[in-house]
Ligand binder design. Structure first.
Ligand code: AVI
Length: 304
């Protein structure tokens, strides 16, 4: 067992406001449950982002131009980035993701379809600073779709954008999708769907922790809770104890009273202006934006 992971998770669970990092959602089952979420009617971001990418394909292609390296942040099954290959014409494709599960298989399949592109997969935690010294001097396009940026807090977003702008070093840029502020009912349903897929995704993090730290969480003791926090402009996901629960792991134990919660995820929702402002303040020179007709979601290209 990796002691630093155990310490990190222990700090979260033993905190006065217990939390689990959302990066622990993505074990094999978690990745599949997330894929299932993206197919739900209520979970509009994936569908709407896809429609924006399709509707403005030409404009986006001419804004982004071609590049030497396409860096796919949070690549998953690599399907979204592969749609860009024809327009961006990368010589090299680097797929990064926290979970190895889909990544390597997806790359093997993609290599068959695009043998002229040099491809590599790298497991990577995007909450840590990125560095690609081996790519210095190459024109880089970073691709970060799906509003995964919403799972960072605003301070982390600023550092993340500065990190990318610095790596770009005056050429290339960042093509990114972000979910926008909207009616709280629509948001609420997207994170508390009628089939309970999001509930299963949220609860599964406890099974994943049991494997990582040897804890004895029982998902039957917990329930999914999602709420839109207007003030902080974010959906919060929590796990709420259905009754008093005691959990033990390693040499640790924690008692949760009935109703006590573990915070598992924030999903920030931005306005068009606030998001562009963050990109410009981080050092990008210009930002072009595309949205759907209801302004539910936005795709941006920030030029370095
Ligand atoms: C991965 N990320 C952008 C999703 C989101 O919408 O914040 C994760 C998710 N959580 C619940 N449903 C989907």
């Amino acid at each position: 067992m990796n002691q630093s992971l155990i310490n990190e998770i222990t700090n979260g669970l033993q905190s006065s406001k217990p939390f689990i990092s959302p990066k622990y959602f993505y074990d094999e089952l978690g990745s599949r449950l997330f894929e299932a979420i993206t197919l739900l009617d209520e979970y509009y971001p994936t569908r709407v982002e896809k429609s924006i990418m399709k509707m403005y394909e030409q404009q986006i292609a001419s804004a982004v131009g071609t590049c030497d390296v396409l860096l796919d942040l949070g690549a998953g099954n690599c399907a979204k980035a592969s749609e860009l290959f024809d327009s961006v014409k990368p010589k090299q494709y680097l797929a990064l993701d926290i979970s190895r599960d889909f990544l390597e298989l997806a790359i093997i399949e993609l290599k068959k379809k695009f043998p002229h592109i040099q491809m590599a997969a790298q497991v990577c935690d995007l909450s840590q600073p990125l560095s690609f010294p081996e790519l210095a001097g190459k024109k880089k396009t970073f691709f970060y779709p799906g509003s995964s940026i919403g799972n960072f807090n605003p301070d982390q977003v600023s550092s993340f954008f500065k990190n990318i702008a610095t790596i770009c070093d005056g050429s290339g840029g960042l093509l990114i999708g972000v979910d926008l502020v909207k009616d709280s009912d629509v948001l609420q349903k997207a994170y508390d769907d009628s089939l309970g897929v999001t509930a299963a995704f949220n609860l599964n993090v406890l099974n994943h922790l049991n494997k990582i730290i040897g804890s004895n969480f029982d998902v039957m003791d917990w329930e999914h809770f999602a709420i839109f926090n207007q003030e902080d402009s974010r959906i919060e996901m929590h796990l709420r104890a259905k009754h008093d629960v005691s959990v033990t792991w390693q040499a640790q134990s924690k008692h949760f009273k009935a109703g006590e919660m573990i915070h598992t995820e924030n999903s920030y929702k931005y306005t068009k202006a606030s998001f562009c402002d963050l990109l410009i303040k981080a050092g990008f020179k210009t930002v072009q934006t595309w949205t759907d007709s209801k302004e539910f979601f936005m795709v941006c290209y920030a030029k370095a």
